[in-house]
Design a protein around this ligand. Structure first.
Ligand SMILES: NC(=O)c1ccc[n+]([C@@H]2O[C@H](COP(=O)([O-])OP(=O)(O)OC[C@H]3O[C@@H](n4cnc5c(N)ncnc54)[C@H](O)[C@@H]3O)[C@@H](O)[C@H]2O)c1
Length: 341
C-alpha cells in the first residue's frame, strides 16, 4: 500500500476492541497510533493487545500528543456528538459508531461541523459491507425481483445492551442499540424513505427492568410505510440467549430474496441420542466479521483518495429518525409521520 492513514480509536470497550484489532491486523491501509478511553486502564490494555500503541485518557490529550487523520468513535451514544465536533474542529475525519447521536439536533450538528471543517463522516453501518447483503442490494437495483414491496429485517441479541445504553441520559435503549442496523438496511434495500412508522413494544423477557430504566422494552415490532408504497417490518428482542440472530427477507413483484441464517456453522453433530446438533452465531463479532474490516477499509480509502464515504452522516440521521419514531409510536400507540418535527 502506498499511502497509510493514521488512526486513533476512542472507546476501548466491545466495539472499540473489534475495530482496533482490525485496524492493527487486518486493514492494510490503516496505521493505528493511539487508543483513547476515559478509563486509562482499559485504554492501556487494548493498546497492548494491538501491539503496543500509545494510550490516552481523553481525545484532547491524544490530539495534543499525536498526529492522526482519522478517529474511530466507539464510545457510548451521548459522547458521539461532542467527540465528533472536537475531532472536526481539529481537522480529523470521523468514523462514528451507530446510533449516531441521542437526538436529531446532535446529529445535525455533527453533519454541519464535519462539513464546515471539510472532514469526512461515516456511520458504523457495517452491514452495508457484508458480502451477501451487497449482492442482495445489487440484485434489487438490477431489478432481479421486480419492484420491492415487502421487507422484513430482524435482529435479536444474546445479551442485554450495556447499562449506559438503557439509561436515557447516555443511550437510547434496545431499538437503537440492537436494531439501528435494520432501519438502515430497510431504507438501503427498499431504495426509498419511510413516511410513517407504527410500532408495538413490551418488556416481557426482563419485566423487572421497567422499574430501573424509563421506557424499557425488550421485544418489539416496527412497521414502516415507504414513499414507494412498500412495507417494512423490523423486529428486535434481547436478550434471547440462543445467539445473535440477524436475517433479512425482501419480497418483490417478481421474486424473493432471503439472506442470513440462525445457524453460525455448517457443522452438524449426529449423536447416538438421535439428535442433530449445530451452532448459532454467538455474537455480532462473528456474524459480521468481514463487514467490520470492509467498512474500515472503505472509510480510510475515502480519506486517502478523497472520495465520499459509502455511509454518510445523513444515513446515520435517517436511521436515528426511524429509531426515535419507533420509540414514540411504542409510547403513544399511534402511527408517527416522518419527518419528525
Ligand atoms: N456496529 C456494531 O455492530 C456495534 C456493536 C457493538 C457496539 N456498537 C456501538 O459502539 C459504541 C460503543 O458500544 P460498546 O458496546 O463498545 O460499549 P462499551 O461500554 O463496551 O465501551 C465503551 C467505552 O467507551 C469509554 N468511554 C466513555 N466515554 C468516553 C469518552 N468521552 N472518551 C473516551 N472513552 C470513553 C468507556 O470507558 C468504555 O470503555 C456504541 O455506539 C454502540 O452502539 C456497535
Amino acid at each position: 500500500v502506498s499511502k497509510r492513514v493514521r488512526v486513533a480509536v476512542a472507546g476501548a470497550g466491545r466495539a472499540g476492541e473489534v475495530h482496533a484489532l482490525n485496524l492493527a491486523n487486518r486493514v492494510t491501509i490503516a496505521e493505528l497510533v493511539a487508543i483513547i478511553d476515559q478509563d486509562l486502564n482499559l485504554a492501556n490494555q487494548l493498546a497492548q493487545k494491538v501491539g503496543g500503541v500509545r494510550s490516552y485518557q481523553s481525545l484532547s490529550d491524544a490530539l495534543k500528543n499525536e498526529k492522526f487523520e482519522a478517529l474511530f468513535i466507539t464510545t457510548p451514544t451521548h459522547t458521539h456528538a461532542p467527540l465528533t465536533i472536537e475531532a472536526a474542529e481539529n481537522g480529523v475525519h470521523v468514523f462514528c459508531e451507530k446510533p449516531m447521536a441521542l437526538n436529531l439536533e446532535e446529529a445535525d450538528k455533527m453533519i454541519e461541523k464535519t462539513r464546515r471543517h471539510g472532514v469526512k463522516l461515516q456511520i458504523g453501518f457495517m452491514r452495508r459491507f457484508d458480502p451477501e447483503l451487497r449482492r442482495v442490494k445489487k440484485q434489487v437495483v438490477e431489478g432481479a425481483i421486480g419492484r420491492p414491496i415487502l421487507l422484513k429485517s430482524l435482529t435479536r441479541g444474546p445479551g442485554l445492551p450495556p447499562s449506559w445504553a438503557l439509561d436515557p441520559s447516555t443511550g437510547i435503549g434496545m431499538v437503537a442499540e440492537v436494531n439501528s442496523h435494520d432501519f438502515d438496511t430497510a431504507r438501503w434495500l427498499m431504495g426509498s424513505e419511510a413516511r410513517s412508522v407504527l410500532a408495538k413494544g413490551e418488556a416481557l423477557i426482563n419485566p423487572g427492568l421497567k422499574e430501573k430504566y424509563a421506557g424499557y422494552h425488550d421485544v418489539y415490532v416496527s412497521v414502516l410505510s415507504f414513499e414507494n408504497d412498500g412495507i417494512g417490518i423490523i423486529d428486535g428482542a434481547c436478550p434471547v440467549g440462543y445467539g445473535y440472530d440477524a436475517r433479512v427477507e425482501i419480497l418483490g413483484t417478481d421474486g424473493l430474496i432471503v439472506v442470513g441464517d440462525i445457524r453460525g456453522s455448517s457443522m452438524v453433530f449426529y449423536k447416538s441420542d438421535k439428535k442433530a446438533v449445530t451452532e448459532t452465531f454467538p455474537s455480532w463479532r462473528n456474524r459480521f466479521y468481514e463487514a467490520y474490516i470492509a467498512e474500515a477499509e472503505s472509510f480510510l480509502n475515502a480519506i486517502a483518495y478523497d472520495k465520499k464515504p459509502e455511509v454518510s452522516g445523513e444515513d446515520g440521521r435517517k436511521a436515528l429518525e426511524l429509531v426515535l419514531a419507533t420509540i414514540e409510536s411504542m409510547k403513544t400507540h399511534r402511527p408517527v409521520n416522518l419527518p419528525l418535527k
